[in-house]
Ligand binder design. Structure first.
Ligand code: CMC
Length: 429
């Protein structure tokens, strides 16, 4: 097996080590290339660049495989709870019953916010996008936990404590902003419920008297599991990159929330729903939208379609599509948008434009229909992704901080601007 490759540049040969991952993935380690040859590599969007070695999530986009710590996503979605998955991502092993109980207790104990945080949430206009609130509020936590702001090195115990703290506080931040927009006060956490059940109760319970059924909270728990990690995606990479500067976890997660917000990433779930509504308002014909997505002069893309890594199918989308039917049936909801989504998918999957480019529905294509059925406002969909992805971000951050190979992220560039010029005085210009 090759463990070095030779690269020839301007007639000179350089040997570069080959790194092999546990699933046989190959990488050329170019870390000495510039020092020895003067050359760097250029890779827009990092499609061919590994930024780290990681033992958390394995993804094979050609085969549609996704595994957390070796466990297939299909098994985890069927058999485990979201909190079990969060524990697994952080610790590398599934928890024992005692481990899980203690982990859940810590999250429940932390499902509270300092009074000052409630006051800040209250100050946001109700029209503020909830992702802006979430990212601001995660950064604002630094005001209340200064011990983590000044401390750049954390031991495992402190990292574990922070992990549970943020999983607890995320539920309160997101649900409380929603309740504020409805003129409602907070609903206290209930440790008897699952993570998803507790969150939904904090959103919709209390004075509104809305009961969240077991079936609904189970479906939401599965959605959170499906979003829990996705290796070096845009937001996880952001969390890692920001964290390499040794800034605290609150600020790193806040940055990750901002990265997730964009519609090429997590913001696609909101954009999909808005697209389906636009199709409905337009009379339900898909072809006009398909044509728009194919038109290279039109920036419109079919939202919820395509993925940088998946080239056959997104295994998360397969599970969500099935869950969609079940959840709608259990809730007794018949959503015409689901029919539009299914019809649109069928047309796109039979269109050579999408086939040739290997564009398939991704995790965001059907998730919004479930969120909508659960009564989550459209502009809060991406916050649901935040709740799900939080353990992944934090596990990636912990791994990065514990890895002795970590260096501050500082890419190079190929400069294409003006070459040296002489300054001309203002009066002469
Ligand atoms: N609709 C129409 N054309 C598309 C789409 C789409 N949704 N996605 C990609 N293409 C075309 C693109 O125009 C390009 O065509 P050509 O080769 O003729 O120039 C080709 O497919 C390759 O696209 P790309 O932009 O180079 O691919 P990428 O890997 O950089 O982008 C993506 C991946 C997810 C940003 C993109 O597929 C997209 O914009 N999808 C819609 C937004 C979306 O659903 N995002 C959620 C991603 S999954 C959730 C998550 O984990 O973040």
């Amino acid at each position: 097996m090759t463990d070095v490759v030779k690269v020839e540049i301007e007639g000179k040969s350089y040997e570069l080590p080959v790194i092999t991952g546990s699933e046989g993935e190959k990488a050329i380690d170019i870390s000495t290339l510039r020092a020895s040859s003067g050359y760097i590599t250029l890779d827009n969007g990092f499609g061919n660049t590994g930024s780290c070695q990681s033992g958390i999530t394995f993804l094979n986009g050609e085969e549609g495989i996704l595994r957390y710590r070796g466990y297939p996503i299909e098994q985890l979605a069927k058999k485990s709870s979201f909190q079990e998955v969060a524990y697994l991502l952080l610790n590398g092993e599934l928890p024992s019953q005692a481990d899980l109980t203690s982990f859940k207790t810590k999250i429940t104990e932390n499902s509270i916010l300092p009074e000052g945080m409630f006051k800040m949430i209250e100050q946001f206009p109700s029209t503020t996008h909830p992702m802006g609130v979430a990212s601001s509020m995660f950064a604002a936590l630094t005001a209340f936990y200064p011990e983590y702001v000044t401390k750049t090195e954390l031991n495992s115990q402190e990292m574990n404590a922070l992990f549970c703290q943020l999983m607890g506080q995320a539920k309160v931040i997101i649900s409380q902003f929603y309740r504020k927009t409805q003129g409602l006060g907070p609903v206290a956490t209930n440790g008897e419920l699952s993570y998803a059940g507790d969150f939904l109760n904090m959103m919709f319970g209390g004075e509104t008297g809305k009961e969240v059924s077991q079936a609904v909270s189970d479906a939401f728990d599965v959605l959170l599991t499906l979003h829990a990690d996705h290796e070096q995606n845009c937001s996880a990479s952001t969390v890692r990159v920001v964290g390499t500067s040794k800034v605290n976890l609150f600020a790193s997660v806040s940055a990750g929330i901002n990265a997730l917000w964009g519609q090429s990433h997590g913001g696609a779930n909101q954009a999909v729903l808005e697209m389906l509504e636009a199709i409905q308002q337009d009379g339900g014909g898909y072809q006009k939208f398909i044509n728009k997505a194919k038109d290279k002069n039109d920036p419109f893309r079919l939202m919820g379609f395509g993925h940088r890594v998946y080239k056959k199918f997104d295994p998360r989308a397969t599970i969500i599509k099935e869950a969609c039917d079940t959840v709608l049936e259990q809730l007794g909801v018949s959503d015409p948008l689901l029919d539009i989504a299914k019809g649109l998918e069928e047309v796109a999957l039979n269109d050579s434009y999408f086939v040739d480019r290997q564009l398939y529905p991704n995790v965001d294509f059907y998730s919004g229909i479930i969120y909508r059925a659960l009564g989550i406002p459209t502009n809060m969909f991406t916050c649901m992704f935040v709740l799900g992805r939080l353990p992944g971000w934090m596990s990636q951050w912990v791994e990065m901080r514990q890895d002795s190979a970590t260096k501050i992220a500082r890419p190079r560039q190929v400069y294409t601007g003006a070459t040296t010029r002489d300054y001309t005085d203002l009066s002469k210009r």
